[in-house]
Design a protein around this ligand. Structure first.
Ligand code: GLN
Length: 198
């Protein structure tokens, strides 16, 4: 690689700026991705939290689903947070097989942590971290089931909250709001490893 490691943040809607700050603190280059052609010039892609229905409409309008599927097929590391995790799930409960991206073999239920506790924080133990990560959940989807290829890296109350399948990472919480860059560092680590293996 002749240029610095570059993380693309899908910047159609949602919390992408906070991700940019975290990656910048870790010394990665960051670009905001607004056109599918930009996927050719990045080393990893983040699909941020936001509102998954709105994000789906915008992705469709700009032609992102096919472009992301092609990038995934050539092993571009991808991380979805919250709404982004919904978009990369194989299935969304009540909506059937996802017409979105389907990159991780998991079923998610949107807004499934209940109205009263729609947003909350909880310490979660993450594989590879020595102390718990303070996870911020905001109208988070709940991962109801995962397939055999999926590695569960953290759980909360019996449900996975951080999972990995190949070079794809999903978190249903918001690490970019935590003032703790360890999940971003873990994603950079897995992305760099995926490139080294390619
Ligand atoms: N509840 C949102 C949705 O279903 C996701 C919330 C988030 O990304 N913080 O799209």
């Amino acid at each position: 690689m002749t240029r610095p490691f570059t993380v693309g943040l899908l910047a159609l809607q949602g919390a992408f700026r906070e991700h940019a700050e975290a990656f910048a603190r870790l010394g990665a280059d960051v670009v905001e991705v607004r056109k599918p052609a930009q996927l050719d010039d990045i080393d990893a892609l983040v699909i941020p939290g936001g509102e998954s229905t709105t994000m789906t409409k915008l992705m469709d309008a700009y032609g992102f689903p096919d472009a992301i599927a092609a990038a995934h097929a050539r092993d571009l590391p991808i991380w979805g947070t919250c709404a982004g995790a919904i978009l990369i799930a194989r299935e969304v409960e009540g909506e059937g097989r996802s017409a979105r991206l389907g990159l991780v073999d998991m079923t998610v239920a949107r807004n499934a942590y209940g109205r009263q506790v729609a947003s909350f924080e909880a310490p979660v133990n993450v594989t590879g971290m020595e102390t718990p990560f303070r996870a911020i959940f905001i109208r988070a989807p709940r991962i109801e089931s995962v397939g055999p290829e999926v590695q569960v890296l953290a759980s909360y109350e019996g449900h996975p909250v951080m999972v990995q399948q190949g070079a794809v990472l999903a978190t249903v919480f918001h690490p970019e709001l935590a003032k703790d860059d360890r999940v971003h560092a873990a994603f950079l680590g897995l992305a760099r490893k995926a490139h080294a293996a390619a």
